[in-house]
Design a protein around this ligand. Structure first.
Ligand SMILES: Nc1ncnc2c1ncn2[C@@H]1O[C@H](COP(=O)(O)OP(=O)(O)OP(=O)(O)O)[C@@H](O)[C@H]1O
Ligand SMILES: [Mg+2]
Length: 357
């Protein structure tokens, strides 16, 4: 009987694989990416939803909603429903997921897809179940969850199936996640709610304190990307920043240097260094020995901050490599999981079903 079931399952999987476009999703706090099997990453949009104030009526999602951030009239609010690596609003997260899935599902045959979703490793069982159910309601045939650092490690091509220590640091928008992976499993992982968003906040605070200049989140991110750094630069830079004078209340422009911005970023940078060191201390000795040779791999948008690899390397004494395309590492990892079935059972996290336990 079970053999018969096995054959039926095999045939139906085969049938579905002919007509469905399985999907991998990197549900990030800053950016959501969608990978469609056979096509690659087809969508990359900010994890932002604009709703009508006081209701849950969704007006815009993604790119369109991000443009409204900080510029919304009184009756519209732009929300980042997963801001600090936790789902702060389930309903809105679901609306966002549904929107993105629909957007890519229109591409081809209309058979319900299998979906692999990368989630922050710190989220609770309740949140995991909510993500799974949201994806099911959004039209998934089967949903698999994978922890972000595992997906990132697979995405950058680390040999995670080997009995070797692999360390990955994923500096995202809301969280920084560190994991040591060996034999396709997480040996140790740690997640802190500090990432690119905190860096933006630090820039805002610095300009407020030093120049009485009030700037918005998007300007802060712009400054960080244009002249931000974690390690002294060969050629330091500067840029003009426009905002509002806190005292006079009028628009004002000041020139800031990369040295100042590095100073401003000290707190979040120290926090990232600290968990890196803690993770290394907790890594079993045999695996730690592997890291001396293979080093640490960095992924996530925050890995693009100038000199962050150098800073971590100097402080740990280990080689540090930034992934070729740090922003798509997790999404590419979900894609590889879809393409290589042996990963699917091995690396996805089981979710206890509420009704069956
Ligand atoms: N060149 C750059 N220099 C510094 N920071 C950058 C750069 N490019 C992007 N970032 C930052 O990377 C962050 C987004 O990274 P990413 O898309 O990996 O996050 P996420 O996956 O959405 O978040 P999380 O993994 O926490 O859920 C943002 O804070 C953004 O400002
Ligand atoms: Mg991420």
């Amino acid at each position: 009987m079970s053999k018969f079931k096995g054959i039926v399952k095999y045939l139906s999987d085969y049938f579905y694989s002919l007509f469905s476009n399985d999907i991998g999703i990197d549900l990030g706090t800053a950016t959501t990416l969608v990978y469609v099997k056979g096509e690659g990453v087809v969508l990359c949009e900010p994890s932002v939803v604009a709703i009508e104030r006081g209701t849950s009526h969704v007006l815009a999602v993604g790119e369109e909603a991000k443009r409204m951030l900080g510029r919304t009239p009184g009756n519209i609010v732009a929300i980042r429903p997963m801001r600090d690596g936790v789902i702060t609003d389930f309903e809105i997260t679901e609306a966002m997921l549904r929107h993105f899935i629909r957007k890519v599902k229109h591409r081809r045959f209309q058979v319900r897809p299998r979906i692999v979703i990368a989630i922050p490793s710190g989220i609770t069982e309740v949140e995991r179940r909510a993500v799974k159910e949201s994806a099911e309601r959004a039209g998934a045939r089967e949903v698999y969850l994978i922890e972000e650092p595992v997906a990132a490690a697979i995405g950058v091509g680390l040999p995670i199936n080997e009995p070797l220590g692999n360390m990955i640091i994923d500096v995202g928008g809301g969280t920084t996640e560190i994991a040591v992976i060996s034999l396709a499993g997480i040996v140790f992982s740690k997640s802190i709610r500090i990432g690119g968003d905190e860096m933006n906040e630090a820039v805002i605070e610095y300009l407020k304190k030093t120049y009485n200049l009030m700037i918005g989140e998007r300007t802060a991110e712009d400054i960080k990307i244009k002249i931000g750094s974690a390690y002294p630069l060969e050629e330091e830079m500067s840029m003009e920043v426009k905002g509002r004078d806190l005292v006079a209340g009028l628009p004002k422009a000041v020139t800031v240097t990369s040295e100042e911005i590095r100073e401003a970023l000290q707190e979040p940078l120290r926090a990232i260094l600290e968990i890196t060191k803690i993770s290394l201390e907790r890594t079993p000795p045999e695996l730690a020995a592997d890291l001396i040779e293979h080093g640490i791999v960095m992924a996530g948008g925050g890995a693009l901050l100038r000199g962050l690899d150098k800073l971590i390397s100097e402080e740990t004494g280990l080689p540090v490599h930034v992934a070729d395309d740090p922003l798509t590492a997790v999404a590419n990892g979900t894609g590889k999981v879809l393409n290589e079935m042996h990963y699917l059972k091995k690396v996805t996290v089981p979710i206890k079903s509420e009704t069956h336990t």
